[in-house]
Design a protein around this ligand. Structure first.
Ligand code: NAD
Ligand code: IPM
Ligand code: MN
Length: 365
């Protein structure tokens, strides 16, 4: 039988709750395809700060690098919010992404038929939405230098960051986006702020240059402010969106609400080689942590992306996706996606119901 090593990074807040559910689902779905795992759990974020003094201990990064794939819950919390920059949980996550060189972050937003009512948008606007945000993940303003705090010429204190992209950084994310669009409906929209920012003017120039390698893909460009508006006006106009690190962060949270909840959206972060990093797009949700209220489906679906994109185990991935749809069809809902007439459950019970669906081997969608 096939054997893989998976690094589990539960992290903080609801992270451990959703990772526990997703790991059980991953184990069962994969076992039905003859796949076995070695799970290695390591600390990251606030949990790592508390136990080791660092948000990404060297042991955690090296375990991640040596594994076949990495599954992460979430990091962050009030307790560490006032820490110095290098001792923030968020810094650990950014170091992990940079350390694994996972520059391409795929964030699909699909309105499932069972959840049309959970969307805050009108049924006719939300129904059938199926888009993919390809977010650049290891560059841009998150990593650009110079950055820091200082004093300006008027003696005023300042904080500053730099939005910067080099040719190879744009070219490689553009190629991932064109390949993604090619496998979907063949439409790619590049989102930038080229009416104001040099980094965006250069982004648009490189994406346009790479387009010549993909004559079969229809490329369009849109300013980010308009894109934010169009996403709630008529989200079905989009198929694949490619954008920089910070715009992708914001637009994917916005896109999540079209689907009903941020608790539904998974992601895959991939590099040229080496293990991928798989995580829900949401955070540690400190407001509901420890209360068994979190929706684990974003992490369960991230485990499906791990199987598909990280290990090439498409059949096992389909088992998880089918089980999630089946569980929703059977009426189970966590609070974030609840509507009248359904069965309100907590994180654990949702996990148990997904396991039942996997066990009943519902056919793939
Ligand atoms: P958040 O995504 O944690 O929470 C935003 C809102 O969505 C909250 O009301 C929360 O309860 C709800 N929510 C999120 N996930 C949910 C789920 N699975 N089920 C039900 N409801 C869910 O964002 P925030 O509040 O801005 O940030 C909280 C902390 O998480 C911060 O420290 C932030 O830096 C961190 N964060 C981490 C990640 C990550 O680990 N990748 C992502 C985003 C934010
Ligand atoms: C996300 C988060 C992270 C990001 C933070 C916690 C560093 O918001 O994964 O979307 O901004 O990338
Ligand atoms: Mn985010």
């Amino acid at each position: 039988s096939k054997h893989y090593t998976i690094t589990l990074l539960p992290g903080d807040g609801i992270g451990p709750e959703v990772i526990s559910v997703a790991t059980n689902v991953l184990k069962l779905a994969a076992s039905l395809e003859g796949i076995e795992f070695d799970f290695q759990e390591m600390p990251v974020g606030g949990a790592a700060l508390d136990s080791t003094g660092l948000p990404l201990p060297a042991e955690t990064l090296s375990a991640a690098k040596q594994s076949d794939a990495v599954l992460l819950g979430a990091i962050g919390g009030y307790k560490w919010d006032k820490n110095e920059k290098h001792l923030k949980p968020e810094t650990g996550l950014l170091q992990l992404r940079a350390g694994l060189q996972v520059f391409a972050n795929l964030r699909p937003a699909t309105v499932l038929p069972q959840l049309v009512d959970a969307s805050t948008l009108k049924k006719e606007v939300a129904e059938g939405v199926d888009l993919m945000v390809v977010r650049e993940l290891t560059g841009g303003i998150y990593f650009g230098k110079p950055r820091g705090f200082g004093v300006n010429e008027n003696g005023q204190e300042i904080g500053f960051n730099t939005e910067v992209y080099a040719t190879h950084e744009i070219d490689r994310i553009a190629r991932v986006a064109f390949e993604t669009a090619r496998k979907r409906s063949g439409k790619l929209c590049s989102v930038d702020k080229a009416n104001v920012l040099e980094a965006s003017i250069f982004w648009r120039k490189r994406v346009t240059a790479i387009a010549s390698e993909y004559p079969d893909v229809e490329l369009s460009h849109m300013y980010v402010d308009n894109a934010a508006m169009q996403l709630v006006r008529d989200p079905k106009q989009f198929d694949t969106i490619v954008t920089n690190n910070i715009f992708g962060d914001i637009l994917s949270d916005e896109a999540s609400m079209i689907t009903g909840s941020i608790g539904m959206l998974p992601s895959a972060s991939l590099g040229e080689s080496g293990p991928g990093l798989f995580e829900p797009i949401h955070g540690s949700a400190p407001d509901i942590a420890g209360q068994d209220k979190a929706n684990p489906l974003a992490t369960v679906l991230s485990a499906a992306m791990l199987l598909k994109y990280g290990l090439g185990e498409e059949n096992a991935a389909k088992r998880i996706e089918a089980a999630v749809l089946d569980t929703l069809s059977r009426g189970y809902r966590t609070g974030d996606i609840y509507s009248a007439g359904n069965k309100l459950v907590g994180c654990k019970e949702m996990g148990e119901e997904v396991l039942k669906s996997v066990d009943s081997q519902v056919p793939a969608p």
